[in-house]
Design a protein around this ligand. Structure first.
Ligand code: UT7
Length: 339
């Protein structure tokens, strides 16, 4: 406690920093229970063929709590970055399925991990992780050193198992990255965050209620807004779509991803996808797809990457990143000096 009595025991703050945000580590977590399309055929008027053809999804994982999944993904990301939880200044948890109304699920994640910095939730639905990453870059510019950005969801808790529109789509999971201040050229080259609250009714759940969706209208808007937002972020970054090494789109439906890539003029092979085995995991989908791409060696130092999310709100978020190999970008000391 400082003389004013205002400083918390574990909080972190700072004065404007000098480093640039580098993704220093990443991790994912999935609950063990697998629900295949065949399982769903047993109690829904649907078929494996329909789900696979119309969505690209073959199975999804179900179970756990948002805090458990977020903490597991976060633990892996922190270890992958070669850090200790006490090195983390803030846990920023993007989720649309918090475990309770109060307190923030991020507080439990912070406690489970043994992080001594701050913690808060951010709800921008399926765009949440990209919103979180952009916010984290801003916080590094204000002096924080390391932010754990997590997207974690237990969508199964708000899915009506009798509603075939939504029950076939969603799954549970988490993905996390450690964004760390380094002495490196800028990595967030352009970004765009948006919301159209007047369309909120197209995809929503009341507190304690189930998710309801106008699937076809959400589909149309998903393609339109993601393409528009991606173009804005690319233009701000001064990057041409054809120069992107990888696109990491929200994992809602393979047909949406295909349409987005077509309209942006990007070959589908450059899109990172995990939805075949995860379903739509809302805020967790982009960090999970990013982590899978990085683990599979699809990202090399200097690559240009587009992250593009859309979802309830309706919300959207795009970010154009220059991927830096975390082993090469130099760590900074507390005052911005290399260490
Ligand atoms: O992450 C948040 C954002 N969410 C999304 O991005 C979801 C966006 N929407 C979608 O992905 C798609 O709209 C769905 C996958 C939800 C639905 O696919 P669709 O191609 O838009 O189908 P539709 O609703 O236009 O329905 C086409 C047909 C209909 O039958 P008829 O009228 O042609 O005989 C539906 O009743 O498919 C039928 N149908 C199904 N059949 C089997 C709708 N859902 C199902 C189903 N299984 N689960």
């Amino acid at each position: 406690m400082d003389a004013t009595g205002l400083r918390s025991a574990g909080g972190r703050g700072g004065s404007p920093g000098t480093g640039t945000g580098v993704i220093a580590g990443w991790g994912t977590a999935l609950p063990p229970r697998v629900v295949t399309n065949r399982h769903l055929e047993a109690f829904l008027d649907t078929s494996d063929a329909w789900i696979t053809e119309r969505t690209g999804i073959r199975r999804r994982r179900v179970g756990g709590t948002t805090a458990e999944l977020a903490a597991e993904a976060g633990r892996i990301a922190i270890a992958h970055a070669g850090l200790h939880p006490s090195d983390i200044d803030l846990v920023l948890l993007a989720t649309t399925t918090p475990d309770r109304a109060v307190p923030a699920t991020a507080s439990e994640v912070q406690d489970r991990l043994g992080v001594r910095g701050g913690a808060c939730d951010l709800n921008a639905a399926c765009s949440g992780f990209v919103y979180g990453l952009v916010h984290a870059h801003g916080l590094l510019a204000l002096g924080l050193r390391r932010v754990l950005v997590v997207g974690a969801e237990t969508m199964s808790r708000i899915i009506d198992g009798t509603d075939r529109q939504t029950a076939v789509l969603f799954g549970d999971g988490a993905g996390a990255v450690v964004l760390e201040a380094r002495d490196a050229p800028p990595t967030l080259l352009g970004w765009d965050l948006g919301s159209e609250g007047s369309a909120a009714g197209l995809l929503s759940a009341e507190i304690g209620g189930m998710l309801r969706m106008d699937g076809p209208e959400v589909f149309r808007r998903a393609v339109r807004t993601t393409v528009g937002s991606a173009r804005v972020a690319l233009e701000r970054a001064g990057v041409r779509a054809e120069d992107l090494a990888l696109v990491v789109p929200h994992q809602a439906n393979l047909r949406i991803i295909t349409a987005i890539c077509e309209r942006l003029g990007i070959p589908l092979e450059r899109a990172a996808t995990v939805l075949e085995s995860t379903g739509n995991t809302s805020a967790a989908s982009i960090p999970m797809a990013l982590a899978a791409a990085a683990d599979n060696g699809r990202l090399v130092d200097g690559d240009l990457v587009l992250l593009a999310g859309f979802g309830a709100g309706m919300s959207w978020a795009s970010a154009v990143l220059r991927w830096l190999d975390p082993g090469r970008a130099q760590r900074t000391g507390t005052n911005g000096a290399p260490r």
